[in-house]
Design a protein around this ligand. Structure first.
Ligand code: HEC
Length: 164
């Protein structure tokens, strides 16, 4: 009982110092992230017409392997992608809370339109609706990090999809 007030003060001090130290950067990135989520990225209300099952998941994984793994890795968690962390903004892990917090419709919008002016490209005209929705299914069911190995393009082996 006697020690309780001291412990409370220590907690308050810790809270104040850690808040102060991270305030400007955090506020800035909170504003940017809020704007992205609520203004830039649209399509939030659209539901995925595909049901997640073995077949749609396999289709999504296949399309992802053709168009996304050079930056996101086979597992969507950047495994084996040498520049993932050095891009600005960096390539995010697709299992992260921030990415998973998008609705299915928003994920589809992101894949279609990309996130300009970052490195995330638009796939409108390259992927059709069904392919994009199946990728959304895959993003919701990504395998454990590292479980699929690295993209062949970085391990020096031939890759059939070239660099396009
Ligand atoms: C040339 C590299 C590259 C390719 C190819 C690429 N991405 Fe990305 N992706 C990025 C980068 C960089 C970001 C971070 C963008 C940002 O935060 O502004 C990103 C972000 C994302 C996000 C999260 C967006 C957010 O707001 O947090 C999703 C979802 C995503 N990519 C899915 C995909 C899918 C699916 C494909 C394949 C159809 C793909 N990406 C292809 C580089 C790439």
């Amino acid at each position: 009982m006697k020690r309780a007030p001291a412990a409370i003060w220590i907690l308050i001090c810790l809270a104040i110092t850690s808040c102060r130290a991270s305030m400007p950067g955090k506020l800035e990135s909170d504003v940017a992230s809020w704007t992205k989520r609520h203004v830039t990225v649209q399509g939030g209300g659209k539901a995925n017409p595909l049901i997640a099952n073995a077949s749609t998941l396999r289709d999504g994984k296949e399309a992802f392997e053709h168009y996304c793994i050079v930056c996101h890795g086979l597992d969507g968690q950047n495994t084996g992608v040498p520049f993932a962390a050095t891009l600005d903004p960096p390539v995010p892990s697709l299992v992260s809370r921030d990415v998973q917090a998008y609705s299915d419709g928003q994920l589809k919008w992101i894949i279609e339109n990309g996130i300009g002016p970052s490195g995330m490209p638009a796939s409108r005209g390259i992927l059709n609706d069904t392919e994009i929705w199946s990728i959304v299914v895959y993003i919701r069911h990504l395998p454990p990090a590292g479980s699929l190995g690295e993209p062949r393009v970085y391990s020096g082996e031939e890759s059939e999809d070239g660099s396009k």
